[in-house]
Design a protein around this ligand. Structure first.
Ligand SMILES: Cc1cc2nc3c(=O)[nH]c(=O)nc-3n(C[C@H](O)[C@H](O)[C@H](O)COP(=O)(O)OP(=O)(O)OC[C@H]3O[C@@H](n4cnc5c(N)ncnc54)[C@H](O)[C@@H]3O)c2cc1C
Ligand SMILES: NC(=O)c1ccc[n+]([C@@H]2O[C@H](COP(=O)([O-])OP(=O)(O)OC[C@H]3O[C@@H](n4cnc5c(N)ncnc54)[C@H](OP(=O)(O)O)[C@@H]3O)[C@@H](O)[C@H]2O)c1
Length: 307
């Protein structure tokens, strides 16, 4: 495999005790109009701050919502992944974007609106937000990004970093190896950045966009279409790429998705993506998926950011 070198990054230039104010420049919905879920693409102008040239796609910014919580303490910061390429939104290095889903729940018969996601989603161009960061030193594209193939697994807003990475690889670097995005969400109306991703798929024979819709139809064995089941159902495309020594896997989104992927990789003998912690039984299905992390962990070729 080509040597894998991750870029050096500076962390927490701004902390919760020393945040920086940035201005919102755009805030628009990225789900299809008919979706009951609301996910927004929000862009900040970071000009005049020390964040310029020091945030990379794959990292996150912290957001400090104004106000206090039920205990009267200032709201805690929440992290949001950067969804613009390292060069900035539309090639403008002073613009950094993120992808925010409104948290809307019913708890004990009452509507609960997530603090930070709804605060951000309500903002208008010109509004000011207190941010911290950047945070995250490993979920990054390598320095020599051109030397690798990529399989990106995203669920829901876990798509955020991959939007930026795909733009960076293809629009800026003229990427010529293989890149597959496997994107999972409940319904077709929850697909994010669809127009962009479908256009990329059409335009670049080496980019493949696989959708995994979990609540519309089942697989032959009755199981749901999850990102990890695409390792079986789209074997023809994925296996030859995964078999290459210079392929990297990135996983972002819902906590728990990574172990499903691990299990399938093990079943297919693709052990290079995992380091073994403890001897595995012959039949990995004997291990409950949630216990798998006692046996294996991500290897240097697997990157994950799950929450
Ligand atoms: C590295 C990282 C990157 C992330 N990137 C993104 C991203 O790109 N996009 C994105 O949308 N999210 C992202 N997240 C998640 C994000 O940080 C927030 O957790 C998410 O937006 C919810 O925050 P919130 O303030 O809106 O909700 P919160 O107010 O924090 O509520 C979250 C949940 O806590 C429970 N809860 C909180 N308070 C109460 C209460 N008083 N009573 C009952 N239940 C309560 C509820 O179940 C609620 O749904 C990321 C997280 C991490 C760790
Ligand atoms: N950098 C980060 O760490 C980061 C960045 C962004 C978002 N996030 C997190 O990612 C999560 C995504 O939430 P969302 O509301 O945006 O997602 P969503 O639209 O609800 O999509 C999640 C999808 O994953 C499926 N799924 C559930 N369990 C799974 C499993 N074990 N393996 C594989 N797929 C599984 C769901 O299927 P069913 O529901 O039908 O079972 C659904 O299709 C949130 O927890 C968010 O905080 C993390």
């Amino acid at each position: 495999m080509s040597e894998l070198t991750l870029p050096e990054v500076e962390l927490n230039i701004y902390s919760k005790n020393n945040p920086v104010e940035v201005k919102v420049v755009e805030n628009y919905v990225v789900t299809k109009e008919s979706s009951p879920n609301i996910v927004r693409h929000i862009t900040f102008d970071i000009s005049g701050t020390d964040l310029v040239d020091r945030v990379r796609v794959g990292q996150s910014l912290g957001v400090l919502p104004p106000g206090v919580d039920v205990k009267g303490k200032p709201h805690k910061l929440r992290l949001y992944s950067i969804s613009s390429p390292t060069s900035g939104e539309n090639g403008q290095k002073h613009l950094v974007s993120t992808t925010v889903k409104r948290t809307i729940e019913e708890l004990e018969n009452k509507l609960y609106l997530g603090v930070a996601s709804n605060y951000l989603s309500d903002l208008n161009p010109g509004d000011i937000v207190k941010v911290t960061g950047p945070s995250g030193r490993r979920f990054l594209l390598p320095e020599n990004a051109q030397d690798f193939n990529y399989i990106f697994f995203a669920t829901g807003t876990g798509i955020a970093p991959f939007r930026g990475m795909i733009l960076e690889l293809f629009e800026e670097q003229g990427f010529s190896n293989d890149c597959v995005l496997v994107f999972g969400c409940p319904y077709r109306t929850d697909l994010l950045y669809t127009d962009f991703l479908e256009e990329m798929d059409e335009k670049h024979p080496n980019f493949h966009f696989i959708k995994s819709i979990s609540r519309e139809g089942r697989r032959k064995d009755g199981s749901k279409h999850y990102v990890q089941t695409k390792l079986i159902d789209d074997k023809e495309l994925l296996t030859p790429i995964l078999a290459k020594e210079n392929t990297l896997i990135y996983i972002c989104g819902m906590k728990g998705m990574e172990t499903g992927i691990y299990k399938e990789l093990l079943k297919q003998g693709l052990s290079g993506y995992l380091d073994i912690r403890k001897e595995l039984p012959e039949d990995v299905d004997e291990i409950p998926t949630e216990d798998l992390k006692r046996y294996v962990k991500a290897s240097a070729r697997t990157f994950e950011e799950v929450y």
